[in-house]
Design a protein around this ligand. Structure first.
Ligand code: KIV
Length: 277
């Protein structure tokens, strides 16, 4: 696999206390850019439902959507590990469906691992997928596929019983064999405890700096998606503004006849032209 990031790289980074960087991508061009910038892992997140497809949440995302976008991302990536989300209901209907759908993302989508949401409720599915030779990344805390159960996107693990359940679920997933766990919207001191308890890496999103790595939705951190602005997002570039400014200049130049000039046009031999005039 050359210098491709793998599950072993993740573990080595945790052991060496080197932070793991992960971002989402959903298409060839953006995945290639993130990979060339040196990101460790690319998550083809089911957040594509919102940022690529304009849905209100992730529950409408299908296996077909995930496969389509995973294939595109995998074509653009040489170095980063590509992890693909198992969408809502693709692993909740039993072990057979879970293994089959995880297999599709690996065999046809060319992902290296899958991610799924939940703890004790999905541990049998996690074990079965790993038994089939597919690395699994867990996802605890705010699990967006359960948005209707939560009644929104609030911080998780704030009560003692919720916090204990998170700690137990993290341990359970580690024992089941996951190679890493995403912790989403969890108080940072709780995420720190979970990260210290585990021998596998935690990847935080809204879970503070004590996690072993960080993930953000790339359209959020590049200032492109504004329908929701969670507190945990930091904008590292204002690409949305740049796109709008670029498009506005293009509109103006086309309307005013400034673009295209001969610099962006093709020539034809004068003799040929005479024959058609
Ligand atoms: O779907 C997604 O993008 C995710 C990340 C936010 C962790 O699951």
């Amino acid at each position: 696999m050359g210098n491709k990031v793998t599950v072993s790289t993740f573990q080595k980074m945790k052991d060496n206390k080197e932070k793991i960087t992960m971002l989402t991508a959903y298409d060839y061009t953006n995945a290639k850019l993130l990979d060339e910038a040196g990101i460790d892992a690319i998550l083809v997140g089911d957040s594509l439902g919102m940022v690529m497809l304009g849905y209100p949440d992730t529950t409408r995302v299908t296996m077909e959507d995930m496969l389509h976008h995973t294939k595109a991302v995998a074509r653009g990536v040489k170095h980063a590990m590509v992890i693909s989300d198992l969408p809502f209901l693709s692993y909740h209907t039993g072990i057979y469906d879970a293994v089959k759908n995880a297999g599709v993302l690996i065999q046809q989508g060319y992902a290296q691992a899958v991610k799924l949401e939940g703890g004790s409720e999905v541990v049998d599915e996690v074990k079965a997928i790993i038994k089939a030779g597919i690395p699994v990344m867990g996802h605890l805390g705010l699990t967006p596929q359960s948005v209707h159960k939560f009644g929104g996107y609030g911080v998780q693990g704030k009560t003692a019983s919720q916090a204990k359940k998170l700690i137990e679920d993290a341990q359970l997933l580690q024992d089941a064999g996951v190679f890493a766990i995403v912790l989403e919207c969890v108080p940072y001191k709780l995420a720190e405890i979970i990260s210290e308890n585990l021998s596998i890496p935690t990847i935080g999103i809204g879970a503070g700096g004590g996690c072993d790595g960080q993930v953000l939705v790339s359209m959020d951190m590049l200032g492109m998606y504004k329908d929701m602005t969670p507190k945990f997002v930091k904008e590292y570039a204002l690409i949305g503004q740049k796109i709008k400014a670029g498009v506005a200049s293009y509109i103006q130049e086309v309307k005013n006849g400034v673009f295209p000039t001969t610099e962006h046009s093709f020539t034809i031999d004068e003799d040929v032209l005479k024959q058609v005039e």
